[in-house]
Write a protein that binds this ligand. Structure first.
Ligand code: IMP
Length: 423
């Protein structure tokens, strides 16, 4: 199947960057379909670590065309900076050649970031813990049909009118809410300048992708965040504002919903950044040890990630929602010395019922039911064949497969490209 979607199975940070980098070696197009620069996809290259926020992870492979699809919300000023940063690292980033940006993608502006922080402050104890990048407000404006699109940046007259309408829309309530007003002329000037820099790359990306698909090109769709942060299928309201699961891939690219291979990425344990329910969270010293062992700090915000045990209920649900036919299990090496290894197999809900289904409500009060498996103490980072893993590590992976019903085809045992076990 020439089209593959790589999707995070939990709350993001599953190690998608490494997997996409790995798969991109045999891919023609790598496409982001949702989210924005709230994402942080980390690649460990021979030249060192590289974190990509907006530009697809295929950019490090000279033969791939990288597409920022229409479902992504783009901060053009950030994008210009990210392109510069990659060029400084010696990467050959050529707008219109190996980097395309959909003219339909909506724009994040500074007012969205301020609105994001303001909305968080209003939430008091119910904070979502957003990344503060303006993601939610930009998507809200898209739905409200007052948003600006990347193609507007190439049309000065249209852009000035759109900025005036945008500013009027914001300023009707920004002032009373204590927010500084939006200056339409300054906004238009800033966006026009960014548009000039990005001009060659702003295209009808959907048409390019449909042509590529018709020509049999290999397309890799790079999910951002994870299924449980999906606006509809995730732990609402503690979610991001896009369709992070596979379902977002079609409206987010303009590709038709043809069959594709879906690869779900799950860590060998669970993590979450920001607020929201997390039944298997370790709130004790063991959680702190896991955070240190796995270097679990956000690649976008630097925030410490919450850590916990692998949750087969959540993974089975996400696998079903996303259509994942296989799993990549990342960070198995981190679990060295953490035995016994606990797998959550059911929840006890606040009303006393036991469930193996992932609930839409009451997850905050869900008490996980675990099965315990013996751990392993060996360093597995040099292992390249499943048979060479310690018996307890193999048994752990097999228990995950059995409990989730999804085969684990690939295991990552370290951050570097070659630290992979293929089965
Ligand atoms: P927003 O996407 O900035 O609106 O944040 C909404 C929620 O999604 C917060 O809990 C964030 O921590 C989380 N989030 C957003 N992007 C990522 C990501 O790339 N990895 C992990 N969590 C994320």
């Amino acid at each position: 199947m020439p089209t593959t979607c790589v999707v995070g199975i939990l709350w993001g940070d599953e190690g998608k960057g490494k997997v996409i980098d790995y798969l991109a070696a045999e891919t023609d197009f790598v496409v982001r379909y949702g989210g924005g620069h709230n994402a942080g996809h980390t690649l460990v290259l021979p030249t060192g670590k590289l974190v990509l926020h907006l530009i697809p992870s295929g950019i490090v492979h000279p033969h791939t065309v990288n597409v920022i699809g229409n479902g992504v919300v783009v901060d053009p000023v950030h994008l210009v900076g990210e392109v510069d940063k990659l060029r400084q690292r010696g990467l050959d980033v050529r707008l219109g050649h190996n980097l395309l940006v959909s003219e339909r993608a909506h724009v994040i502006v500074e007012a969205h970031r301020r609105q994001d922080l303001w909305a968080e402050a209003q939430r008091g104890d119910g904070k979502i813990g957003t990344t503060g990048r303006g993601i939610g407000p930009a998507y809200a404006d898209r739905c409200g049909r007052v948003g600006l699109r990347m193609g507007d940046l190439l049309r000065p007259e249209r852009l000035r009118d759109a900025c005036a309408a945008f500013a009027a829309h914001k300023n009707a309530w920004f002032g009373p809410a204590g927010l500084a007003p939006v200056d339409a002329a300054a906004l238009a000037a800033e966006l026009l300048a960014a548009g000039e820099t990005l001009r060659a790359g702003i295209v009808d990306a959907g048409a390019a992708l449909r042509r590529a698909q018709a020509d049999g090109k290999r397309i890799l769709l790079e999910g951002a965040q994870g299924c449980l942060l999906d606006l509809e299928q995730g732990t609402y309201p503690y979610v991001t504002s896009s369709h992070a699961s596979t379902g977002g891939a079609f409206p987010g690219t303009g590709l038709p919903p043809h069959a594709m291979r879906v690869v779900g990425i799950a860590k060998a344990y669970a993590t979450r950044v920001g607020a929201g329910p997390f039944p298997t969270e370790l709130k004790d010293a063991l959680g702190d040890t896991l955070r240190i062992a796995g270097n679990e700090f956000g690649s976008t915000t630097g925030r410490p990630r919450r850590c916990g045990w692998f949750d087969t209920v959540a993974v089975r649900y996400s696998g079903a929602v996303s259509g994942a036919s296989e799993l990549v299990l990342t960070n198995l090496d981190v679990l060295k010395g953490f035995g016994p290894l606990r797998l959550c197999v059911a929840y006890r809900l606040p009303d006393g019922t036991r469930t193996t289904e992932f609930p839409a409500f009451d997850l905050e009060g869900a008490v996980p039911e675990f099965v315990d498996l013996p751990g392993f103490t060996e360093d597995v980072r040099a292992v390249r064949r499943f048979e060479d893993l310690p018996a307890n590590a193999r048994a752990y992976v097999q228990a995950i497969e059995q409990r989730t019903g999804i085969p684990v085809r690939t295991i990552s045992v370290g951050p570097e490209r070659q630290q992979v076990i293929l089965r």
